[in-house]
Design a protein around this ligand. Structure first.
Ligand SMILES: NC(=O)c1ccc[n+]([C@@H]2O[C@H](COP(=O)([O-])OP(=O)(O)OC[C@H]3O[C@@H](n4cnc5c(N)ncnc54)[C@H](OP(=O)(O)O)[C@@H]3O)[C@@H](O)[C@H]2O)c1
Length: 326
């Protein structure tokens, strides 16, 4: 069967290759899944470059953190699932291949109303948005939320969830063309980093600042998000797209009682009780089944066209996730 794999860290286009590997067989308690849709997330590409906190233990390694598939075979003793059923596999990497074997406890059934392209994005972005907005920032109806990199797949999901909960959003993007798109999606305000007097405009539209914010860019953008907080507000730093740290002014933080906290979904998964994780994942899947969270898709590429998919990932101005199919 076909698989994408790499044997050394480096540029994904140079390091990844399409290979033929033996198809695994399920043992007792396991299922064999035929994967059909796989998300290409920034973390997958960072891992191939050797720049992510979780890296493969050995080479060759098969990348890919999230996917969706159909049950192809059931190992001995597995009950409650049927051949052909669509499920989301949990667990670590190794999803950029045709079939995968894992424990029957590590699969989540996909409701009929959830498309495969949506199910393939269940965890990384939607769960991150849900936890950051509703648990870590604990935002309530009528409060303001600000996000940088708002045009990202994650940012668009955040707008959907905020709208559903009556949370008002300020969306910051680096290209003006995205402003109307994000307002049409339900954003309450959207600004570009090319705008003049950005902070003044944010403080004016929100009536003095936002209660909570998230930043995936770092550097001056992260600082703007901190400055946009009202007294006692919290900023979650969850990405470093600019490669720059946030130049924090601790005096401003101190007298305004603001907090800056990191958020990493992998760490959240490690510290939460399983029952709580299951509850959050179920809530997110329910919102997807109701059509209230629909992660956008920019393009689908066959596994063999991975280089085109990686090239597309580097193109600015995408409006959703790139998926590997087939
Ligand atoms: N901490 C966690 O647990 C966690 C979980 C999930 C995701 N993330 C992070 O969330 C971020 C978004 O993920 P995604 O899957 O939604 O990404 P995505 O769909 O690939 O979108 C990336 C976005 O980042 C913007 N961008 C890239 N470089 C930028 C820069 N230097 N300054 C400003 N904007 C920049 C792009 O803007 P253009 O449209 O202008 O190109 C694009 O909108 C990533 O950094 C990812 O690693 C973190």
């Amino acid at each position: 069967m076909r698989a994408l794999q790499y044997e050394a860290f480096g540029n994904p286009i140079d390091q990844v290759e399409l290979v033929d590997v033996p198809k695994p067989q399920p043992k007792a308690g396991e299922v064999l899944l035929r994967l059909t849709h796989r998300a290409v997330n920034p973390a997958d590409l960072l891992a191939i470059q050797g720049q992510y906190p979780i890296l493969p233990d050995a080479f060759p390694a098969i990348p890919g953190g999230e996917a969706m598939g159909e049950i192809e075979a059931l190992g001995e003793g597995v009950a409650g699932f049927e051949i052909g059923q669509r499920v989301v596999p949990l667990g670590g990497g190794g999803k950029w291949q045709e079939s995968i074997v894992l424990s029957a406890e590590q699969i989540i059934p996909v409701p009929e109303t959830v498309s495969s392209a949506t199910a393939a994005q269940l965890i990384v972005n939607p769960v991150t948005v849900y936890v950051m907005m509703l648990e870590e920032l604990d935002l309530k109806e009528g409060e303001w939320f600000l996000q940088t990199a708002a045009g990202s797949t994650l940012g668009r999901i955040a707008i959907q969830l905020a709208k559903l909960r009556g949370i008002k959003t300020v969306n910051i993007v680096r290209r003006r063309e995205q402003i109307d798109e994000l307002l049409a999606l339900g954003g309450d305000a959207a600004f570009s980093t090319q705008d003049d007097n950005l902070l003044e405009q944010i403080l004016e539209v929100t009536g003095g600042g936002v209660q909570g914010a998230t930043d995936a860019v770092g550097g001056e953008m992260g600082l703007l998000a901190l400055e946009s907080l009202q007294h006692g507000g919290m900023l979650l730093s969850y990405g470093l797209l600019s490669g720059q740290s946030i130049p924090v002014d601790s005096v401003h933080m101190l007298f305004n009682e603001k907090s800056l906290k990191g958020f990493w979904l992998s760490a959240w998964f490690r510290r939460q009780p399983q029952a709580h994780i299951n509850g959050v994942v179920t809530n997110v899947m329910t919102l997807m089944a109701q059509g209230q969270i629909v992660p956008p898709v920019e393009a689908e590429y066959d596994l063999a066209d991975y280089a085109k998919a990686f090239e597309h990932m580097r193109t600015p101005g995408r409006s959703g996730k790139i998926l590997l199919v087939g």
